[in-house]
Ligand binder design. Structure first.
Ligand code: TYD
Length: 168
């Protein structure tokens, strides 16, 4: 049994349907620990990098619009990092199959997902990393080390000079 991390994203359809709470409650039935959480705006660059392995698929452009929230008029998603033994398998079990109609009815995608009749996109509410290696790639893309409660991957120190904001 391996200690792993898993990136979870409540996608724009999940946010628009008010499902963030349901998803977090489902995930809390596991023995996994939440080690990171943030509301994030999905830029085109982030979306394309996140789904770079699917760039040759015919649904890629629609998928990018979907994850950016263009179909649901929401500007943000909820990104979460979970950690624990076999985190990716446990979470993907709770998610259900990619195609909402093939997902078991008791899973998140089975309960709340749909295939959009016009775009053909699988609006399946939740993303979960496929395995530990993918999780590492995705978590490093979505989170800075200091946004997680501990250093789940090795870090390096570097000096960065930049203008920043503070509260007035
Ligand atoms: P994929 O990485 O294959 O599945 P999963 O999210 O289960 O790891 O696909 C990424 C997303 O792309 C998927 O969650 C929904 C969308 N998608 C479609 O819209 N149509 C498709 O035919 C496939 C395979 C995926």
């Amino acid at each position: 049994m391996a200690n792993e991390q898993c990136l979870v994203i409540i996608k724009p359809d999940g946010m628009a349907k008010g499902l963030a709470g349901d998803v977090v409650r489902e995930l809390s039935t596991t023995d996994l620990k939440m080690v990171g959480s943030k509301v994030a705006q999905v830029t085109k660059e982030l979306a394309e990098e996140h789904y770079s392995h699917l760039k040759d698929k015919e649904f890629f452009n629609e998928l990018i619009k979907y994850i950016m929230g263009h179909f649901h008029h929401v500007g943000s998603v909820l990104a979460l990092v979970y950690e624990g033994e076999n985190a990716t398998a446990k979470i993907r079990n709770i998610c259900g199959a990619t195609h909402p109609e093939k997902a078991e009815p008791t899973t998140i995608r089975g309960k709340f997902g749909r295939v959009h009749s016009q775009t053909g996109v699988f609006e399946n509410v939740i993303h979960a990393s496929e395995n530990a290696k993918e999780a590492e790639r995705e978590i490093k893309l979505w989170f800075k080390p200091y946004e997680l409660i501990h250093n789940i991957y090795p870090i390096k120190r570097r000096k960065e000079e930049m203008e920043t904001y503070s509260w007035k």
